[in-house]
Design a protein around this ligand. Sequence first.
Ligand SMILES: Cc1cc2nc3c(=O)[nH]c(=O)nc-3n(C[C@H](O)[C@H](O)[C@H](O)COP(=O)(O)O)c2cc1C
Length: 204
Amino acid sequence: MTTFAESAQELQVPAEIQDLLFREARTANSFSDEPVTDERVRAIYDLVKWAPTSMNTQPLRALVIRTGEARRRLLPHMAEGNRAKTGSAPLTVILAADVDFHENIPQVFPHNPGVKDMFAEESGRVEFSKLNSLLQVGYFIIGVRAAGLAAGPMTGFDAAGVDREFFGGNNWRSLVVVNVGKPGENPWFDRLPRLEFDQVVETL
Ligand SMILES: Cc1cc2nc3c(=O)[nH]c(=O)nc-3n(C[C@H](O)[C@H](O)[C@H](O)COP(=O)(O)O)c2cc1C
């Protein structure tokens, strides 16, 4: 069996960065009052925007919930078990798929802007945008960790309700709500076991 030290050495980034992003990073369930600045949010985006999506379409959209008023609008749509932690976070980000992502294709795929026509039907865009946005959600969580912050992703919320509340004027569909900040008191649940390589990977 490969030891932790052997595995860590196979990778290019130093072991402490591996820890920061993965081994020691945890899902936070309470947050301190320390604010998360707009500059920090922008820096996270400016890092993770480089991660790949199909045809470079980048359908992820983010609504940053910072004010008490916006948070009061969000909380009733969260599952009961997710309300207290969402109430305690200095910043919460509603991550959504933009079903009208194809409008940006001339900008993001300029060598072949005609591929926009492939996406004329909304029904095809829904699945495509969901798949790629969920990839980008993963990148975002790792970006939060790269900023030295904790993320608390949640799918326990009423997505249709959130969309009605916040996305009446566009074609965004909420996917994951993520609390962001420094951990508060008793922030962690027990660390749960991960599947081992041989349970997950087959090689032909
Ligand atoms: C997409 C997604 C949705 C999640 N939804 C919820 C949720 O609604 N409520 C909750 O308490 N935790 C939620 N979690 C947290 C996971 O249970 C947690 O990240 C996982 O058990 C790993 O925990 P750890 O980072 O502390 O090891 C969600 C995580 C992800 C990635």
